[in-house]
Design a protein around this ligand. Structure first.
Ligand SMILES: [Zn+2]
Length: 406
């Protein structure tokens, strides 16, 4: 089992859109580009909705069957740890070990020392083929980076071995994620982290660093796009070096956890992939569904507003909501369908577009989940419209700019 060069991670919170999402990969194939789907749903999302990982597997299998998809596809146990992995073991074949919370935790002094000793190649000047600059790493820097990340990498090893014991070598795709943290990892840190991952004997196929800039849920990238592109290029060069130097899998690539709608960096991602002839795993999460019924949508907003603090807490590092920009529930109740859609739909040029409202609704799905059958019935009633939106949105706004370069 091996992850393809191009892959897209999609979320399907209510297990109703897998076919529509797969249809977008079918469209990519019709354009001559293989982009394989990975259905991801984090433990956090399952807990909030009250769903189980087997539902993701069932929806994925059914979609693949219905559309006759012949290429690989995967189910991702997204952002799991040793504590939460258990129920993902049977249905999943892609595991994202989230070790962000262990960054900065102290590792054993002798482990740090032996890491630094084991890697003399990591201090001094490292030439990276294809990169604009060499890495200059001092011994102190190597030591400090090991101090900061070694415990986190050990945690990745711990959960990797749990999955290995349950599924066997080669039967799943391992990803290591460090994206949900406040401080970005530099390309130099990424290289040192990869050396530690190789020491832990994790055959990692995708790695999700925290890039600089903000990756808030459902809204565009906030940051310097040129800086992102320079950083991504150095990350890619560091990965290529680590693959050769440490015998990591040949197909190891970056996983960009976009949190959806990072349109402004898509051209940079495409350009970097072309420049280095590498792939990427674009973990979108949820692309916009749309057309879910105005009255219900307003109700969801009102409830989300009321429970804003509790809804936002688990996503603190990946949202930036300005409460002053949120209209009152009463104001929204008076909106027309057009007003609601313009505020919600991600069109930067539209003055009515409201990123704070959009982010709140992006994390407010717990409210919809609580509505239970009423919400699901509505999803089903609107299935043809929603499906068309999902496919078009996923293909035109995400897959085409990243993988087809247009
Ligand atoms: Zn993530």
């Amino acid at each position: 089992m091996k992850l393809n060069k191009y892959s897209v991670g999609v979320g399907d919170r209510f297990a109703h859109q897998a076919k529509a999402q797969l249809q977008a990969c079918v469209k990519a194939l019709e354009h001559g580009v293989e982009v394989v789907p990975v259905w991801n749903k984090s433990n956090r999302e399952h807990s909030i909705i009250g769903s189980d990982p087997t539902s993701v597997r069932a929806a994925a299998d059914a979609a693949v069957q219905a559309l006759g998809w012949k290429l690989p596809y995967f189910c991702d146990a997204d952002h799991i740890t040793a504590e939460t992995v258990e129920r993902f073991l049977a249905p999943c074949d892609f595991f994202t070990f989230d070790v962000a919370e262990f960054i900065g935790q102290p590792a054993e002094a002798e482990e740090i020392e032996s890491f630094v000793k084991r890697h003399p190649e990591l201090h001094g000047s490292i030439e990276l083929p294809g990169a604009d600059q060499a890495f200059e790493i001092t011994r102190d820097q190597l030591q400090q980076t090991a101090e900061k990340f070694l415990a986190a990498v050990k945690k990745a090893g711990e959960v990797y071995r749990i999955v290995l014991g349950a599924k066997g070598a080669g039967n799943f795709i391992p990803e290591v994620s460090m994206d949900e943290t406040d401080r970005a990892q530099t390309p130099v840190e990424l290289l040192i982290i990869l050396a530690a991952i190789a020491d832990e004997r994790i055959p990692v196929e995708t790695i999700a660093p925290k890039f600089s800039g903000r990756f808030n849920k459902g809204v565009d990238y906030v940051g310097d796009v040129a800086q992102f592109e320079r950083e991504m290029a150095l990350d890619v060069a560091a990965i290529a070096y680590a693959v050769r130097q440490y015998g990591l899998p040949e197909n190891l690539k970056l996983s960009v956890h976009s949190g959806s709608d990072k349109f402004s960096i898509y051209p940079a991602i495409n350009a970097t992939m072309k420049r280095f002839n590498v792939g990427v795993h674009l973990k979108i999460g949820l692309a916009e569904a749309g057309g879910e019924g105005l009255a219900l949508a307003k109700e969801v907003y009102g409830e989300a507003l009321k429970h804003m603090e509790e809804l936002c807490a688990p996503y603190a590092t990946v949202i930036d909501i300005d409460p002053a920009k949120l209209p009152s529930a009463e104001a929204v109740r008076g909106w027309s369908s057009g007003e609601y859609t313009s505020a919600l739909r991600h069109v930067e040029a539209d003055p009515a577009y409201n990123p704070s409202l959009r982010q709140l609704l992006h994390v407010g799905f717990k409210v919809a989940a609580k509505m239970g059958p009423r919400y699901l019935k509505l999803l089903e009633a609107n299935e043809p419209v929603i499906a068309k939106n999902v496919t078009e949105n996923l293909f035109d706004r995400h897959i085409a700019p990243v993988f087809l370069g247009r």
